[in-house]
Structures are given as C-alpha cells and as structure tokens.
Ligand binder design. Structure first.
Ligand code: NAP
Length: 323
C-alpha cells in the first residue's frame, strides 16, 4: 500500500518557514512497552506518519529516539529533517533557567540535535528537582510565565527547537502571554474532540495566527482515564455508517475539517492505517451541524480522571478558560 500523504500546516513565528503534518502519532500510553512502541513507530513511518508527539513525562522519548535511529538506518526516511518531533516541558522544569537544561535532556533522550516543536505542557509549575507524574495539590505553584517564556524563546533562537508553543492554555492565558512575548507561541495543544469542541479557543487561536492541536480526539478510549462514550456516540455512529467510515475516522476528520491538527495514539497497525485514511473524503455541512449539537463534556479533570491521576482538582483554579 502506498503511504498516505498527510497534509501540513504552516507554523507562524518559527525559526524559518516551518510546516507541521496535521496528523501526529501520540506516544503517551499506559503500560508503555518499548518493543511494541518501536515496532509501531516503524509501522507508522511506513504508512506515512511523520509527526511524533512525545513529552518528558511520557517516558517515551528514549524509545522514540531509538525508533527514529532505526528508521534512518533502514532508510524508511531520507533524513531526520523529514520528521517532525514535538516534546514538552513538565511543571517541575517550568522555571526560568531550567527550561533549556530540560530541553537538552529531551534531545539527549531522543538522540536528536533539535526539536521541531517544544511546548509548555501545563500552565503550572511544581517544585524543581525530580519529575512528579501526578502533582499533589500542595505542590502546585503558579508559573513565572515571563521568565519561562523568555527561556522558551531563547531555546528557539539557539536552534534547539524550530518552534515553540503551549499546551492546556486557555485563551486568557495565551492573551497574557502575548502581552509580553517577543516570539508568539505557534501552537496550543489541548483536549479536543466532538465531545469537547473548543470553539472559543479555536477562534481565538485562528485570530492570533496559532494552530490548535487536539489531544485525546478519540476520548483516550481504553486508557485508565479515557472514556468509551465518544466512539459509542449514537450521532457519530450514524454519521460513520452513512459515510462507510468508522467513528474514529469521523472524529479525526472532524478535527481536521474544523481547522485543527491532532495527535492520535494507536500502536496497532490496522488502526494506524485507518486513522490516516481521512484525507480523501469529507463530512457534509449537515454532518458538521449535527456534531456541533453534541452536548459538551470534557475528559481531562472530570471526576474519574481526577481520582485516577491524583488530587488535581485545584488545577481548575489555575485555569480560567473553557478547557
Ligand atoms: P486518543 O488518541 O483519543 O485515544 C487513544 C486510544 O484510542 C488508545 O487506547 C488506542 O488504542 C485507541 N484507538 C486509536 N485508534 C483507534 C481506532 N481507530 N478505533 C478504536 N480505537 C482506537 O487519546 P490520547 O492517547 O490521550 O491522545 C493522543 C495523544 O495526545 C497522546 O498519545 C499524547 O501524545 C497526546 N496527549 C497530550 C496531552 C497534553 O496534556 N498535551 C494529554 C493527553 C494526550 P490502540 O493503541 O490499541 O489502537
């Protein structure tokens, strides 16, 4: 089978003209198994995936680096420049003067000389030192946004990353950041799916030349904090049946068609293939109208998520948007 050609979007405010493939391979997983993961990355590259979404917190950087090294050795891609790699700064490192060392550690894990995109993972900080996977309420600290963003800008100027951005930022938080940024963020990566459509944030980002990247577009189904409700939605099933597609494809196509990009996680060859087959058909205006009527429920920070991930509740106080 010929590899799928995945469309790209231009990232503004980057180091030179940079484009990002709209469909990224998500690397966050429960029970991370390096061999399964590496085989999935190699399969994904054969299928046409070029964008890989990792983070210091996922524990996937080293295996992704290993998979990229193998892909280059096998000639699956001509050079590292043919790939787009995103990583993220975790709250324990979200302090001025810790950003560049954290980014260098990610590069070392990935065996790369530069990232394509580096994101602030959450708009909060936590005590510097060891990476805490779940951050206790007592450890949440407001971020020094000016100091941290100045270091993110420096990382881009130094060429350690080609573009910089944020994740889990509301429009209000981005607005604050834009008031002092000399390099505006290129991307905001947030939860987004037909069940949490982020219309306000999407409009805000569009008006400010930023790209929105959707995470958990399938509701993180099958994971410890995910939900089946999106892939089991009656409305989405009806649309999928009428189009001869799967509900997952409808979700992915919807994100793309409303102008956002996305990271989807699958380590399964058939589902990787299916998820990329969304660029040669479209949803009708009637489909889009039906999807826009779906009642909205966020996944992140809903009760089950909080109990599975620790006492995150006061994050709500640090956020102020519709995330
Ligand atoms: P997701 O992509 O919505 O869902 C992943 C789940 O869906 C996996 O269990 C996968 O299982 C299953 N799946 C994939 N394709 C499918 C299909 N066609 N049909 C049925 N099931 C399918 O959730 P996610 O992993 O939470 O989000 C994607 C990526 O976004 C992450 O991996 C990560 O890179 C990023 N992310 C970022 C943040 C952030 O704070 N910035 C937060 C969460 C996630 P199989 O592997 O078995 O196919």
């Amino acid at each position: 089978m010929a590899a799928t050609q995945i469309p790209e979007v231009v990232l503004e405010s980057s180091n030179g003209r940079r484009t990002m493939p709209v469909l990224g391979f998500g690397t966050a997983a429960d029970n991370f198994q390096p061999e399964v993961f590496i085989a999935a990355v190699l399969e994904a590259i054969k299928l046409g995936y070029r964008h890989f979404d990792t983070a210091a917190e996922y524990g996937s950087e080293q295996s992704l680096g290993e998979a990229i090294a193998q892909a280059l050795k096998l000639g699956l891609v001509g050079s590292r420049d043919d790939l787009f790699v995103t990583s993220k700064l975790w709250p324990n490192d979200a302090h001025p003067h810790l950003v560049i060392p954290a980014l260098k550690k990610s590069l070392q894990n990935l065996q790369l000389e530069y990232l394509d995109l580096y994101l602030i993972h959450w708009p909060i900080s936590a005590p510097p030192g060891k990476l805490m996977h779940s951050i206790a309420e007592k450890d949440l600290m407001p971020m020094d946004f000016k100091g941290v963003w100045a270091d993110m800008e420096e990382a881009q100027r130094l060429g350690l990353t080609k573009s910089i951005g944020v994740s889990n930022f509301s429009s209000k938080k981005i607005e604050d950041l834009l008031s002092f940024a000399t390099i505006p963020p290129s991307v905001d990566q947030v939860e987004m799916s037909p069940f949490w459509q982020q219309k306000k944030l999407r409009d805000f980002c569009k008006a400010n030349g930023m790209v929105v990247t959707a995470f958990s577009p399938l509701g993180a189904i099958g994971t410890r904090c995910g939900t089946n409700s999106i892939l089991e939605s009656k409305v989405l099933k009806e649309i999928a049946e009428a189009r001869g597609k799967t509900v997952a494809q409808v979700c992915i196509r919807w994100v793309y068609q409303v102008g956002a990009t996305l990271a989807v996680k699958s380590y399964n060859k058939e589902r990787l293939k299916q998820n990329a087959q969304v660029f040669d058909w479209e949803l009708s205006q009637e489909d889009l109208d039906k999807i826009s009527q779906i009642p909205q429920h966020k996944l992140v920070l809903r009760e089950e998520y909080v109990s599975a991930n620790g006492p995150y509740k006061s994050l709500e106080d640090l956020w102020d948007g519709e995330l």
